[in-house]
Design a protein around this ligand. Structure first.
Ligand code: SF4
Length: 317
């Protein structure tokens, strides 16, 4: 499949005070092929959400490029920008905060249809009903307000809203993190089903590797603004190369108690350091049990060490 989104050396810095720069996204590169899902994982503060928002053009980029269908989205004129927002949509972590409480569900879903003048009159209404049905709700829900729904249903409304204008690409920003575990699988299954039906491409952001396992074709792991490993889901879960990915994976409990007991757990020492004015070298060095002198001096760059398996670590120089 062709590459739909390409992020090249993307940087997003925030000036947070005199001589203090928060390097939220620091030289991140990846691509997503049409129809696939790239999972982007890391602890809070690793820059994954900022990365998603910069990819959507909600933040300007400090450096680098975001190419959507070959065109840098940070260089679009007004008309092109509108077209990009039709083709690329976002689903948010907190569906309640992102749904206007004073608008009915029908109005919320219809808003994008009106902005882009896709349908009017009965066609518009039918479209809204159809979208509700697609996400497992029904026609009667159109006249109700967001507070009348459960968290899972609200996320379904958020998904219907994002689908209303027939996008090709959706950034899913921790869409299941705020939901009950019992509801999470339902939402993931819905997203997978919609992806198949509409040939959607997803950037799926999550804080935990277990959440993206079943939805992602490939997974990227971020640590303090940097992408430290990127591989197919299979390779990443079966043979993680970066010490940080290994530690994250070892923390996921395995349902089989026998395997769980025999498993080696790698404990992550220390706290995540501050992303403000980061020290030179590998950002994981203070917590890494393999750290060598070079790790404190030179920042490792992401390189392909096996086919489509990328890692940023001096162990692989
Ligand atoms: Fe550890 Fe060095 Fe690799 Fe960083 S570069 S993960 S400190 S071995």
């Amino acid at each position: 499949a062709k590459v739909l989104l390409e992020v090249k050396n993307l940087k997003k810095y925030f000036h947070v005070g005199k001589n203090a720069t928060l390097k939220a996204v620091d030289d991140v590169s990846f691509f997503i092929r049409k129809g696939e899902t790239l999972g982007l994982v890391g602890e809070s503060g690793c820059g994954k959400t900022t990365c998603g928002r910069t990819v959507m053009g909600m933040y300007s980029a400090t450096g680098g490029e975001v190419l959507f269908d070959g065109v840098d989205i940070h260089k679009l004129n007004k008309t092109e920008k509108k077209e990009f927002t039709r083709r690329a949509q976002m689903i948010f972590q907190d569906p309640y905060a992102s749904l206007n409480p004073r608008m009915t569900v029908g109005e919320i879903i219809g808003e994008g249809i009106d902005i882009h003048a896709l349908y009017t009159g009965q066609e518009r209404l039918d479209r809204i009903y159809h979208l509700l049905q697609l996400v497992g709700l029904n026609k009667e829900h159109a006249t109700r307000f967001p507070h009348e729904f459960s968290g899972g249903q609200r996320q379904r409304i958020g998904i219907a809203r994002s689908l209303a204008i027939e996008p090709e690409f959706i950034v899913c920003d921790e869409p299941i993190s705020a939901l009950d575990v019992s509801i999470q699988a339902q939402i993931v299954n819905l997203l997978v089903q919609l992806q198949k039906e509409f040939d959607l491409t997803y950037l799926f952001i999550a804080h935990d590797l277990s959440m993206v396992k079943h939805i992602s074709d490939r997974v990227g792991v971020m640590y303090l603004g940097c992408l430290v490993e990127l591989a197919s889901s299979h390779d990443l879960y079966e043979k993680p190369l970066h010490p940080y990915t290994q530690a994250l994976l070892s923390a996921i409990p395995i349902p089989d108690p026998e395997i769980e007991r025999s498993k080696k757990r790698i404990k992550l020492e220390g706290e995540v350091p501050s992303p403000i004015n980061p020290k030179p070298g590998c950002r994981f060095a203070e917590r890494c049990r393999y750290a060598k002198p070079i790790c404190h001096e030179q920042t490792p760059v992401l390189k392909e060490v096996e086919k489509e398996h990328y890692v940023a670590c001096h162990l692989f120089d």
